[in-house]
Design a binder for this molecule. Structure first.
Ligand SMILES: *Cc1c(COP(=O)(O)O)cnc(C)c1O
Length: 389
């Protein structure tokens, strides 16, 4: 089975992990701050806070921005559930903004209209989370302009987008946001096994996320209530979590990070090749905005009404196609909030036609040819069957 995405682990990665295993620290040693620094430098942010998943990073980002009961968080419905669940962890309410049918990212036009409406009903969001779907940056200038007008904070969900560029600036430098979150799950651009990282330029947000990652405990006398009772003193000054990344993971991430540019280049070469090879098929290949560089985490195509059959045929041919994403508002666990089919028609329409073809840096052209040939066969036979009725 050719999976839709997979990690690339080199001897250098294995050596980096082994070195940690032979060292004094498996966790809370020197590798995590080194990795945080390396990512921050790479994406042009002042601070990086590494955690055990992007889901945890999203939760901490919301907590650091004081999201709580009574507040609203808005995000794209075309995303993984984690982009919305972080609000619910904080006791806040979630709403969605429909997507742009061309980029599949949150539509700034829809956001503008929804904000004007929400202002009248007193339900403006505290936080908006644009998701850089498939690695393509959202319209951050437009979203940041609205945030100044309406006073909401911005967390970029860049789980797909480390290595992407917005104009000529790296995604993650937080020029248009408060916090950016990356994922290092093995299907993503680079991996730490499980892992995530939040970048920010605000020292107070960085400090708060770092404290919340480790139980809300501080050893800094300046933060303590009263004088420290001794040099051993530590104080829990708010309720936090154990969301720490291990040194084992950080060492893997730092080693992987060195190949980021090569990975993005290879993803582009393969996506360009898909674009060419699929040009004659009645499918819609993903739009790529010429002003920005996508990290190309995914290659989602629109195949029309025969999606089910085409999907099954491709799986039958040993191709691990997938669907990104079932709109979050259609999940059973979101029905209690009153969401229903038809609420976000662009996201629903996109989903009903979507198949993600495999795309990962170690994919060979032979594998890609097999995928393309299988797709031709599937599309033509399914179209024929449906035409024959
Ligand atoms: C993968 C993903 C996440 C969650 O990442 P984890 O590291 O698995 O917690 C969040 N948002 C999006 C858009 C993702 O694709």
């Amino acid at each position: 089975m050719i999976s839709y995405s997979r990690q690339d682990i080199t001897d250098a990665d294995i050596d980096a992990v082994t070195a940690v295993l032979r060292s004094d620290f498996l966790t809370q040693g020197p590798a995590v701050p080194r990795f945080e620094q390396a990512v921050a430098v790479k994406v042009g942010a002042r601070f990086g806070v590494a955690v055990n998943s992007a889901t945890s990073a999203l939760h901490l980002a919301c907590r650091a921005l004081d999201l709580g009961p009574g507040d609203w968080l808005w995000t794209s419905p075309n995303t993984f559930v984690a982009s919305a669940n972080c609000a619910r962890y904080c006791g806040a309410k979630v709403d969605f903004i429909d997507i742009d049918p061309r980029t599949y990212n949150l539509s700034v036009e829809a956001l503008t209209a929804k904000l004007a409406q929400a202002e009248k009903t007193g339900r403006l969001p505290k936080i908006v989370i644009p998701v850089h779907f498939a690695g393509q940056p959202s319209d951050m200038v437009g979203i940041a302009e609205l945030s100044r007008q309406y006073g909401f904070r911005i967390i970029e969900d860049a789980a797909h987008a480390i290595g992407a560029r917005y104009g000529d600036e790296p995604v993650g430098n937080c020029r248009y946001s408060d916090i950016t979150v990356f994922s290092f799950h093995p299907v993503k651009i680079i991996t730490t096994g499980e892992g995530g990282l939040a970048t920010t330029n605000d020292p107070a947000l960085a400090e708060r996320m770092a404290r919340l990652r480790s139980h809300g405990i501080t050893r800094d006398p300046a933060r303590m209530h009263g004088e420290p009772v001794g040099p051993w003193d530590y104080q829990q000054i708010e309720l936090g979590f154990n969301y720490r990344m291990t040194d084992i993971q950080a060492a893997l991430g730092a080693s992987q990070l060195q190949r980021l540019e090569a990975y993005i280049a290879r993803r582009h070469a393969l996506a360009d090749r898909y674009d060419r090879l699929l040009a004659d098929l009645p499918v819609r290949t993903p739009y790529r905005d010429p002003h920005h560089r996508s990290a190309l985490h995914l290659y989602p195509i629109q195949v029309g009404t025969e999606r089910r059959g085409i999907f099954l045929d491709l799986r039958q041919a040993g191709i691990g196609v997938n669907v990104h994403y079932i709109p979050v508002h259609m999940q059973p666990d979101y029905q209690v909030f009153g969401f229903k089919r038809g609420d976000f028609p662009n996201a629903e329409h996109y989903y009903s036609n979507a198949i993600s073809l495999p795309l990962f840096p170690t994919m060979t052209e032979e594998q890609q040819d097999h995928i393309v040939n299988s797709l031709y066969t599937a599309v033509h036979s399914r179209r024929l069957w449906s035409a024959l009725g």
